[in-house]
Design a protein around this ligand. Sequence first.
Ligand SMILES: C[S@@+](CC[C@H](N)C(=O)[O-])C[C@H]1O[C@@H](n2cnc3c(N)ncnc32)[C@H](O)[C@@H]1O
Length: 374
Amino acid sequence: MEIDQEDEPISEDVVEQRALTSTLNSFFVYGKAAHRNLIEPRQRTLAWIPPSHRQLLLNSVNYADHIRQLELAIDKNAEFLKLLAIFGANEFEAPQDKNEWHPVTEIQVSQARSTLKQIYRDWSAEGKPERDICYGRAINELNSKFESFNRSSIRVLVPGAGLGRLAYDIACEGYISQGNEFSYHMLMTSNFILNQTTSQNEFGIYPFLHSFSHLSTFSNQIRKISFPDLCPSTNKISTANNFSFTAGSFTQIYSTMLSSWHVVVTTFFIDTAHNIIEYIETIYNTLVDNGLWVNFGPLLYHFEESSYEGSQEGSLELPLDDLITIVRQMGFEFEKIEQGIKCKYAADERSMGNWEYDSVFWVARKKLKIEREN
Ligand SMILES: C[S@@+](CC[C@H](N)C(=O)[O-])C[C@H]1O[C@@H](n2cnc3c(N)ncnc32)[C@H](O)[C@@H]1O
């Protein structure tokens, strides 16, 4: 049970409702926040710099025009995110009256901004090279492992599914596929894309407009990304009977769903745990005997900073070699471990500055209990 600011205990339901409605709020206030953070400071700068510098900017590089274009692009993003919020409020049965929505935090507004980048990663043609490195690798692995099987009887679980593209693509390959996710930003957006879009590239967003750094040209900052590159409702391959999504914490939902999945596929997920051993244990228990765990990603431990002094929450971070030892110890046998796979995450390919990971890819098999004891 959480404690309110006035030291009153609050129920799980209230916590959930607050998370839901503050997420809706973050989509709603995105536009105002972006104007405040991006446009107003530049307008102040124009007023503040010496007139000769201002003349250079206005006459030589069309700075004012770019700022106007940026404002328009922010408005387009805001329009789309409001649409998402209205759809999300309906689907998730939140109060329609915005006055009843919980106030938003700066972190949630930044999550609304990252949602735009996630859309680019998962559901745009431009995101495909990034997806191919991790989703493509996982799917190729599945297809080679289950070459001689009837795919429609193979059950694949994708925890921390983000906007659902990997889980959806796995279903399109003919497997039974279930995505799992607990963030309302992700759940509302994936729900919208999966169920509400009606044609290819129906929507346009501007995911890269939030930063002025590492631009080789201003037009890159306001470049439009269209989505979905593949529209689920018009896709020739129907996933109506083999694709599902669960909302909620992976460990809570699947720790009691024992020996249920032939494969668990995790990409950029295991480092989101407070306690990574709990994730491994849940994956182990939810797999059938001999089931496969396919994993791709770096070890960017999400809660590392929250374990600093003063925080109530802990975090366990293990280096790759110790992690591998623990995964073995817990009953998995590695069939493949590839290290140093270069990849990026929701990165703007045209940016002059990108973060690149040396990711690990592994395929591990759940050993039978009897084999483990020997
Ligand atoms: C870094 S993202 C990766 C998303 C996707 N797998 C990909 O490769 O793009 C990690 C995702 O895991 C989700 N997540 C983190 N902890 C979770 C948990 N305990 N249960 C379900 N989802 C979780 C986050 O909300 C986030 O969407």
